[in-house]
Design a protein around this ligand. Structure first.
Ligand code: SAM
Length: 278
């Protein structure tokens, strides 16, 4: 890691942070190293970075990857990035909201695509949802997010963190926590702790279901009424009471259980049994 200092660049350009854009820039070299190492970037990789800031992480990615495409919403950062990273010929910069980017267009024919980002926390969940459900050919996402969100993603059945986000991410990915990051690793310091997590995309979803929409609706309904038993939480399912009982029987699941105790495989079995009876 060379002597490239976030604080110096911020000072040099008189950059003013915009809190509402989730601007907390990394100042800790050990975190940069762990993100790049955790993302397992190699010379074949086309890396997409969301929110490059002043380019601290971008520079490390540029040294390792074939190409880095960074998407930054704040126009004030564009000239800074262009100037600070002008020596790299493998850098593409896009001034846009990541939620509005057509990733298929960006990726084109590239076949080893990895996303790396210190995400702006105010849009973490919508960005993760877009990246995972959009059908894009990402091999992995290595992202810094709020600690609580990382714990929800990496949760196991039965615990307080286990919920629809856990199941959505685990449907598509293997998850691995890389490290915890303290507020003192950023300027300005965020109020919350952070975590770096790696989501490695599975070749096919973790479970095979007959109807994805029904599967995710069932999960959402089960967690919307956490305190209720499954049979009470499934009022939205378009089946008679008798058929709902039958679906539980076919799936081999006790209707008195709560949704938060079901594994992803059990949700899949129940969703398929409901589908068959509709
Ligand atoms: N990567 C830098 C670092 O680690 O120091 C900055 C990370 S900072 C947490 C998040 C960055 O995302 C900021 O540069 C912010 O301007 C940018 N950003 C915020 N909302 C965005 C959006 N919707 N699309 C793209 N970039 C966004």
């Amino acid at each position: 890691m060379d002597n490239y200092n976030t604080k110096d660049i911020v000072r040099k350009y008189g950059f003013k942070f915009t809190k509402s854009l989730g601007q907390n820039f990394l100042i800790d070299d050990s975190v940069l190293e762990d993100i790049v190492e955790g993302a397992e970037i190699c010379k074949d990789d086309f890396v997409i970075e969301i929110g490059p800031g002043v380019g601290t992480l971008t520079r490390e990615l540029l040294k390792k990857a074939k190409k880095v495409c960074a998407i930054e919403l704040d126009s004030d950062l564009i000239p800074i990035l262009q100037n600070e990273l002008k020596d790299f010929d493998n850098f593409i910069l896009i001034n846009k909201d990541a939620l509005k980017v057509d990733f298929n267009e960006l990726i084109g024919e590239e076949n080893s695509v990895k996303l790396v980002a210190n995400l702006p926390y105010y849009v973490t969940t919508p960005i993760i949802l877009k990246l995972l459900t959009g059908g894009y050919p990402f091999k992995s996402l290595t992202i810094m997010i709020q600690k609580e969100v990382a714990e929800r993603i990496d949760a196991v059945p039965g615990g307080k963190d286990y919920g629809s986000l856990t199941l959505l991410v685990q449907y598509y990915c293997n998850t691995r926590i890389i490290r915890k990051v303290a507020p003192s690793s950023f300027i300005p310091q965020p109020k919350v702790e952070s975590m770096v997590i790696n989501l490695e995309r599975l070749e096919t979803p973790r479970v095979k279901v007959k109807d994805e929409k029904l599967f995710f609706d069932l999960i959402r309904d089960s967690f919307n009424m956490r305190r209720k038993t499954l049979s009470n939480a499934l009022k939205n399912v378009k089946l008679s009471k008798e058929d709902i009982t039958k679906a539980f029987e076919i799936a081999g699941i006790d209707p008195r259980r709560r949704g938060e105790t079901l594994s992803i495989g059990e949700f899949a079995r129940l969703a398929d049994a409901i589908k068959d009876l509709q």
